[in-house]
Ligand binder design. Sequence first.
Ligand code: NAD
Length: 495
Amino acid sequence: MSSRLSIALAAGDGIGPEIMDATLELFKAAGVMNHADFIPVEMGAAVFAKGNSRGMSDHAIRTTEECGILFKGPMETPKGGGGKSINVTARKLWNAYANFRTFKTLPGVETVYSKAGIFIDMCVVRENIEDTYGGVEHRLSNDMIQCKRLISAPGCDAVHRFAFQTARRLGIKKAACVHKANIMKMTDGLFLDRFKAAGRDFPEIEQSDVIVDALCMNLVVKPQQYQMLVLPNLQGDIVSDLCAGLVGGLGFAPSANIGNHISIFEAVHGTAPDIAGRGIANPTSLILSGIMMLRHMGLTVPAANIENALLATLESGVRTGDFGDKTKPSLGTRDFTNAIVERLGNTPKTVAAVEVPAANSKLPERAPTPTGQQVIRTFKNVVTHVGGCDIYLDTPLSPLALAEEMQRVCQDTPFKLTLISNRGTQVWPTGSVYTECVDYYRVRFELKENVPPGSFGQSRCVALMDKVSEAFTICSYELLRTFDGVKGYSLAQGQ
Ligand code: NAD
């Protein structure tokens, strides 16, 4: 490897600077600085305090884009106000679409599983951009707030491809798609379908799927049965913290956010304000994330050396105050790091050592900088027809009174009223008196029987909506379309 690497470096807030200093000290001792420059950038609380609602300076954005790698400590998310989570902003801004976390039983980090002789070695690939993390939220009525869950075919394809390629590269033999497609048949159904489609190119990897609630139980009862889990964003967020708990907590779980152009490596725990500035924070999560980053950049020799030294340190019983044998004295961040530095060149005795390669591996090719925002499409040449629309109304009327009003509105149109639902449950034409309603309804209009599908476009739905709006507040509307003859909308519960 000849050319030097550049890494944008954001130390973070709270314990961030303490654990970042420790990690860089270790990197220096392992020879990482012979190959890489770390360029400090401003991100976090201080930037929010200056009124910048993104929490990152323009220089930080430019530098990260030039480097292609961001190494970051934990950052405080402002509570309330306009400031958004930097982690979420960074992943979305730079299309770091796959979150990759590994969970491994570590020597010296005792858990109920390690005590029972159960060795955990698994990873989670989480879709990182879509789902409810789109942050598309609206107050629709006095009493109803909506968060849109967006799942796209290209978004699924990108994360599934990454998962299978990673499994192949790391020799992982089994991958399971985790979902809730029994309830969210269309969104999670798409996630699962695209997993199966992507998996066809990886026949050597055993593929399965599991519903997320069953998975949670399985993980607690028999975690060692899984090697790789692939999940949509929100479910992945929750399950990856569960997995961290299996191996000792967030302090032992590294995290990488991988994109085609820019990747972000970070500690997964927060800023630990309760211990910040005391020099007692555990740097292991950031060190493990740093090891992932070094491998990603092709610095496989220092990555292996640091990992072996860390394992040797942990197995010797050296610990910070948050883990390990509490009857033995604990070390502060700096002394803990020095203990790892002293063991560089050593290998662990109680667990398998990581093989140190003869030379660093080839730097992965960086994709050319896009000249503009790309539009990626999975399904093309699909024949679509408009068959009606769902109109969402803010009204305190009863279902029956609302139905009368809506039938009157659609009298002289090509549409008939077919359904009224409240919170997703059908309340008209049939329903249960036990269904309690709130002030936000969906009314569904479909083409009358004598109107052939496809004979009307969207404009007739807009005209209908116009009529409805004369007497009602319309919160939103969705077209009812078929795609190659298949309904592109769900039925109401009880329909
Ligand atoms: P936290 O992870 O900061 O702290 C939870 C508990 O774990 C605390 O008792 C803390 O002392 C302990 N802890 C965490 N990391 C530790 C370490 N390395 N060594 C020893 N002990 C450690 O979670 P929180 O208190 O909910 O969040 C604090 C702040 O961090 C919030 O502003 C939150 O938004 C932010 N946060 C940032 C990230 C990130 O940047 N990736 C992740 C989570 C939370």
